[in-house]
Structure formats: C-alpha cells, structure tokens
Design a protein around this ligand. Structure first.
Ligand SMILES: Nc1ncnc2c1ncn2[C@@H]1O[C@H](COP(=O)(O)OP(=O)(O)OP(=O)(O)O)[C@@H](O)[C@H]1O
Ligand SMILES: [Mg+2]
Length: 248
C-alpha cells in the first residue's frame, strides 16, 4: 500500500505511537559525548536515553557544566554523539548522509540560542526569511508573507525593516524565535533563551514559547533558572552528564 502523505509532508509510516497514545518525535538511546583535546578527554554526556513526545513542553535543567547545551545540540542535530543512537521518527539519524541530515535539520528543527545568533547587519525581515532560502519547505512566493506573519506573532510587526543591531536584547530574542519557526519545524530547541534578558522580557519570551506549544509546537528549553523551567510541563534534569529524574 502506498503510504499517505500527511499535511506536513511526513509519511504516515514515519509516525510512531507509544502505548499511551502519544507520538514520539525523537528518541535518544544511551547517548554519550566525549570531548577530546590535547589535555585529555571529558565525558560530557554519560549514556542519556529519552523520548520527546509531539506537543510536549520540556525543560532541561542542571548546574553549569552538567551537559545541557551539549545535549540540546545533539538533539538538535547540530552536533553528533560519540556513541549511542538518535532516532527521528523512523529514521536513524546516525545513518543519514550529510546532505539528508542538513535537510532534516533545516526543515524540522528550530534552534534558539542564548546569544540570539542573528545576522546583525541584515534587516529583521531578511533574518526571518533566511532559513526558508535553505529549504524547499516554504515556496519562494510565500516566504515574505510567512515571515511577516511570524513577526506579527512575536510582536515585532512594524520593525521588519530595522537592522538587527538597532534592536534591544528582548527584541532580538523575539526575532530569533520567529526565525526558529520559519520552516514550520517539528521540534524547537532553546538554549538559555532568557539568559541575557531582564525579568520582564524573560516573561514575554517564555509566554511566547508557551503560546507556540499551545498551538501544537514541541519545545525543549535548557535553563538553569527554576522559574523559567516552571513554564514547561515536563522536566528533564541533568547532573554530571546523566539524567537524574523528571521532576524539577
Ligand atoms: N567543545 C568542547 N570541548 C571540550 N569540552 C567541552 C566542550 N563543550 C563543552 N565542554 C565541557 O562539557 C561539559 C558540559 O558543557 P555544557 O556546555 O554542555 O554544559 P551546560 O550544562 O550547558 O553549562 P552552562 O549552564 O554553563 O551553559 C563542561 O564541563 C564543558 O566544559
Ligand atoms: Mg549551556
């Protein structure tokens, strides 16, 4: 039987449903990460196994150096593990050739960095459109309108022609969230997204992520701040490179 194409372009045979009826998007199995340098090697992740369910809003907490960024980068396919397996829907990520991995990352993953990582001398609108030009997911004729819709959603309409360097930190992070949503990703990862923001702007950014989750987005937020972690509904906790429980 020919597999049916779902609205988001995924094959129906791609979907894995757990016994509780939740759909698993990504699974990590015994993931280890060892950083090696001249001075020796350091095991930053020591066998992490977890599943990310579609529609979940996860916090990832733990002390500085516990491996949060390392884990988030591996889950977001920005880095590869030293050993262990990563499964995205029915695909083994480690088996994918580089070109397929880049496409999967560009199409399905949105990443929000602590330091925003926007192109400073480019307009807000062009920053949000940029990921669309590296993907075929959004048709060229629809990109501008989609970027404007996203900017409206993050409260940045009217500032689309400003250069990023003219924006405040809170504004830059809202643009970074719009950019992360550009290609309708299945998974959104945010690494300390409020780390450089004051309390008010932190609240705005987390409120925005909550709205995105309520609209069906799957989100993992790394933070060392327990108040920020409380916005999430599921909690992953790291200590010395190992998961130590699922409560804050
Ligand atoms: N490129 C690298 N080379 C060597 N060691 C690294 C590298 N990146 C991270 N580490 C080490 O791995 C460990 C985990 O780092 P990671 O950045 O994942 O921690 P974190 O929980 O995100 O910390 P923070 O809260 O400070 O952001 C740390 O001990 C760090 O020094
Ligand atoms: Mg970190």
């Amino acid at each position: 039987m020919k597999p049916k194409i779902l609205q988001d372009g995924l094959l129906r045979t791609d979907i894995r449903i757990t016994e509780t009826g939740e759909e698993t998007v990504e699974t990590l199995d015994e993931v280890r990460k060892v950083y090696s340098s001249k001075g020796g090697s350091y095991e930053a992740l020591r066998g992490v196994s977890l599943s990310i369910r579609r529609g979940g809003f996860y916090s990832l907490t733990g002390p500085s150096g516990s491996g949060k960024s390392t884990l988030l980068h591996i889950m977001g396919m920005l880095d590869s593990p030293t050993s262990g397996k990563i499964q995205y829907l029915s695909r083994q990520v480690g088996d994918l050739p580089d070109s397929s991995l880049s496409r999967l990352r560009g199409d399905e993953i949105g990443f929000v960095f602590q330091a925003y990582n926007l192109v400073q001398r480019m307009s807000v609108l062009r920053n949000v459109m940029l990921p669309m030009s590296f993907s075929t997911k959004i048709h060229a004729a629809e990109r501008r309108e989609r970027a404007m819709d996203l900017l409206e959603r993050v409260g940045m309409l009217g500032k689309e022609n400003k250069l990023v360097l003219q924006l405040s930190g809170g504004e830059q992070q809202r643009v970074a969230i719009a950019r992360a949503l550009a290609n309708r990703p299945s998974l959104i990862f945010a690494d300390e997204p409020t780390g450089n923001l004051d309390t008010e702007n932190s609240g705005h950014v987390m409120g925005l992520l909550r709205e995105i989750n309520e609209d069906g987005g799957t989100i993992v937020v790394a933070t060392h701040d327990q108040d920020i972690a409380r916005f999430a509904t599921k909690h992953l906790k790291l200590r010395d490179g190992s998961l130590v429980g699922d409560e804050i």
